[in-house]
Structures are given as C-alpha cells and as structure tokens.
Design a protein around this ligand. Structure first.
Ligand code: NAD
Length: 477
C-alpha cells in the first residue's frame, strides 16, 4: 500500500478543548513527505481558541490536582485507549512524518508501555527534619497549567512523555504539536476525551506563532519544550517574562568515539541503524564519528557498503528500508550541509546526491575527508548522513568530541568495556553510552548540557520538574 492509496480516507481533524472536538475556520495543509503533496488539513487554532484551551486547563486543574490515585488510574486508561488504536496511529504517523511503517508500528505498540512506566514513577515525600524541634516534610505540589510543545521527529513519544509526567504530578496540559506533524497528536487528543476529565488535556494545532502565544500566555505556569536551540532561546525568553518554570530539550551533535579494538561489523550495524532509523532525525543519534586510525579504513568500507545497499521509498511500502525526511526544510538543510562538505574537500563515499523523485528523500550518506570546522561536523545535520573522521590519540578524540556548544549524548565503542567507560565519563553530555547509542529508559533522566537544554525529562528528576516543593513544618512542642 502506498501513501497515496490511503490518503483519500483521511478523516477531518479537530482540536480538543474542554473535552470537546473543536474545528476551526482556518486550516493548513499537512504534507505527506513521501509524495511532497498535501494529504490532509489540520485545524489552525486562533488566539481566542487558545485562551479557551488555557481556561479549560485552569478550570480542570482545581479538581485534577487533588487525587493522585484517580490521576494514575486515568493515565493508565489512556495507555489502554492508545494500545487499542496503535495500528491506526502508526499509519497516520507514517503518512505525516515519513517513518517506515514497521518502525512506526513498533513505536506505537511501545507507547502504551511507556505511558504505564511513566505512570508508576513515585512522587516522593521526604522528611528533611524530624527532631525535638519540628517535623518537616517536603511535598511535591503541581504547578498548574503546563504548555507542552513538541517537535516533528517523534511527535507522539516526546509529547506523551511530557503529558504523562505533567498529569501524574497533578497538572493539566495544553499540548501543541509541530505544524509538520499535528495529526497523530490531534487524533490522540480526540481518543483520550473518553478517559480524561474535560480540560485535563487540551490539544491545539498551529504554527510557531501559536507556540509563541502559548509560551507568553499568563495562564501557563510551566513550559516543557522540545525542539531546536533557536526556538528554545525564544521560549526561555518568553518564560523569563513572568518566571514560568521551563524545561528545554534541544538539539544535539552527538559524537561516537570508536576505539582501536572494536568488532567492525558490530559497530557498522549500530551506526547504520543510527542514520537510517527515522532517517537520522533523532536528537540523540550519532551525528559525527571519530574512529581510531587502525580500524578507520575497514569501518569506512563497511559503512559505505551497507549504506549503499539500502532501499529508499515510501514508508508505507513494506520493501522500504529508509523513508523520506519529514519536510522540505529538512531535506534542503541536509543537501546544503553535504554540498558544503564536498566543496570543502569532503568525499561522499556513498550517497551524497538527492535523488530526482518527488518527496523529501535523501540517501544514506557516508562522508570522509572532512574534519572539525566543516559545517557538516560542527552543526546538527538531523538526517541520514554521517561524517567519519580518523584519530590517532584518544585524548584528541575526546577533545574534539567536546569542542561543541551541544551536549546531549555521546558514546564510546570498545571491546574493553572498562576502558570505554573511562573514556565515556570524559564526554561533556547528559547521557554517555558505552557500546551503544540512543537507548532511553523511563527511569533514566535525560537532559542536555550546554546549549542542548535546561533541566531533565524522565525519571524521578524529570517528574520533579512538573512539581514545586512545599515544606510542611510542624512544631514538636
Ligand atoms: P522547532 O524548534 O522548529 O519546533 C519545535 C516546536 O516548537 C514546534 O511545535 C514549533 O511550532 C514550536 N515553536 C517554534 N518556534 C517557537 C517559539 N518561538 N515559541 C514557541 N514555540 C515555538 O524544532 P523542530 O524542527 O520541530 O525539531 C527538531 C529539533 O528538535 C532538532 O534540533 C532536534 O535535535 C530537537 N529535538 C530535541 C530533543 C531532545 O530531547 N533534546 C528531542 C527531539 C528533537
């Protein structure tokens, strides 16, 4: 089945405000990246409708914040509803975002488990003093209305992590997906009306302007934002105006350091997965590789061979290995960075040329003969392209890996785990993996160092970011 074959039966989409479906007069087209054609219309939220969404969340907060057991039950019911609609949601995601359907399905089937995991994170009560003078407990209280703003690369996973954390902590939410990928999120908003009280989760859709209106809204107490560094800076400035709490999960330029004793086949498999899964549009994917000169020629050859054999195609086609990039802006950016690298003397040992076909396709590309100082190495390409660079000295590789304003993730690869762990601990980033990259777990807080963000999501620490502390001080005498 191709995307075009299913495009005709796409339902009209509505926003969810106060538990009701809300259509809009204005809409905007959502493009299928496999064809480059509009296949559905998204509602476009007005400023007045945004006010209604924040008002609904404010009203709902009064009750929602009070009963933790009820909240956890309702969130678990959300997981059941999403599980029952996994196939529909996965196909919709592939159509609006491009991910290969088998991966979309794998992810959609994983969302319910993730929601259930997040729903079990405890909200601790700490006793910080208990003596003759007083008993003081630290309790976590909800903040109020949370603005959750999501990007297009993982429209549901990232949004639901925010929503579930916010709801479990007792907040209510206004959720805004990316204008490139609003549909799956809108559909989830509709579906969850059956299990969440009205106003607890409101889903609005619109462009970056709507995001800006939301972050400036006086009714919002906290912003949880995932997206680019550029937009993150604007969100931080908006939050500063009235001291809204803010969590920023921003871009990255993760380095992988490959030591001299690796199993080349194993590392090849892992690196190919990094650039092909979701077409490399993963914030915590490997975006540059430093390889010890002893294994460099063998690794480059293996990477080129594997990358060159991948079949590009519509994500709905079961024969496709790698789908399109999500949007025109992204494929143009990837093309520009590879062209710039070639102009600087870089060599695409495979790929490196946008195919002449409709849609936003770019082949898996391995680039050599580049180094730090070239844009493809220094910037976040967010696509199926990997610059691979040799090193002779591990200390030098670590220095180059850290010579960036980003600090999301990084990894070290070696047959000697202890040695790799020691090198990984020198990386300046929020998560340093050994012999893998990108693994996440709901218990492990994730957040960027430097310009990659402020605060963390996931884990008890991530839940904390949706709470404010209150000390309850009871005298003993
Ligand atoms: P983006 O910043 O363009 O947009 C993200 C969201 O913010 C969208 O919903 C957009 O409409 C909204 N937005 C844009 N400008 C805004 C503003 N001034 N105020 C409020 N909202 C605004 O990002 P993108 O292109 O959708 O996503 C790709 C980026 O996201 C990459 O840099 C990637 O690394 C990053 N990302 C980071 C993580 C992480 O966990 N650190 C996860 C996924 C993606």
């Amino acid at each position: 089945m191709t995307s075009d074959a299913v495009a005709r039966d796409v339902a009209p989409f509505a926003m969810t405000i106060a538990g009701e479906p809300v259509p809009t007069e204005q809409t905007f087209g959502v493009i299928n990246p496999a064809t480059g054609e509009v296949f559905a219309e998204s509602p476009d939220c007005t400023a007045e409708q945004l006010d209604l969404a924040v008002d609904a969340a404010t009203q709902a907060f009064r009750q929602w914040g009070r009963d933790e057991d009820r909240r956890r039950r309702a969130v678990l019911a959300c997981a059941d509803v999403i599980e029952a609609h996994a196939e529909e949601l996965a196909a919709l995601r592939t159509r609006e975002q491009g991910m290969v359907l088998k991966d979309s399905l794998r992810f959609a089937r994983r969302w319910p488990a993730r929601i259930r995991d997040f729903a079990t994170i405890p909200i601790p009560v700490e006793v910080v003093q208990d003596d003759d003078v007083a008993r003081v407990e630290l309790r976590r209280r909800p903040l109020g209305v949370v603005a959750a703003i999501a990007p297009w690369n993982f429209p549901v996973l990232l949004a639901m992590a925010k929503v579930v954390n916010a709801l479990i902590a007792g907040n209510t939410v206004v959720l805004k997906p990316s204008p490139y990928t609003p549909l799956t999120t809108l559909r989830i908003g509709e579906l969850l009306c059956d299990v969440l009280p009205p106003g607890v989760l409101n889903v609005v859709a619109g462009g970056d302007d709507l995001g800006s209106l939301l972050t400036h809204h006086p009714g919002v107490s906290k912003i949880s934002f995932t997206g680019s560094v550029e937009a993150g800076l604007q969100v931080a400035a908006a939050a500063a105006r009235d001291l809204k709490r803010v969590t920023l999960e921003l871009g990255g330029n993760d380095a992988a350091i490959v030591l001299d004793d690796v199993d080349v086949d194993r590392v090849t498999d892992a690196l190919i997965d990094q650039i092909t899964f979701n077409c490399g549009q993963v914030c915590i994917a490997v975006k540059r590789v430093y390889v010890h000169e002893h294994v460099y020629p063998a690794l480059v050859e293996a990477l080129a061979e594997r990358a060159g054999s991948l079949r590009l195609g519509d994500g709905m086609d079961p024969d496709t290995d790698m789908g399109p990039l999500c949007n025109a802006m992204q494929v143009e950016r990837v093309t520009e960075l590879v062209d710039d690298a070639k102009a600087a003397g870089g060599r695409a040992v495979t790929g490196g040329q946008r195919p002449a076909r409709p849609g936003y396709f770019y082949p898996a590309t391995i680039v050599t003969n580049v180094s730090d100082g070239v844009r493809l190495v220094d910037e976040e390409q967010f696509g199926p392209v990997l610059p691979v660079m040799p090193f002779a000295d591990v200390e030098d590789a670590v220095r180059r890996a850290n010579a960036t304003t980003y600090g999301l993730g990084g990894s070290v690869w070696s047959a000697d785990t202890a040695r790799a762990t020691e090198v990984a601990s020198q990386l300046e980033c929020g998560v340093a993996w050994v012999n893998r990259h990108t693994r996440t777990d709901y218990r492990v807080p994730m957040g960027g160092w430097k310009s990659s963000g402020i605060g963390v999501e996931r884990g008890v620490q991530g839940l904390d970011a949706y709470c404010r502390l209150q000390a309850i001080d009871v005298p003993k005498t």
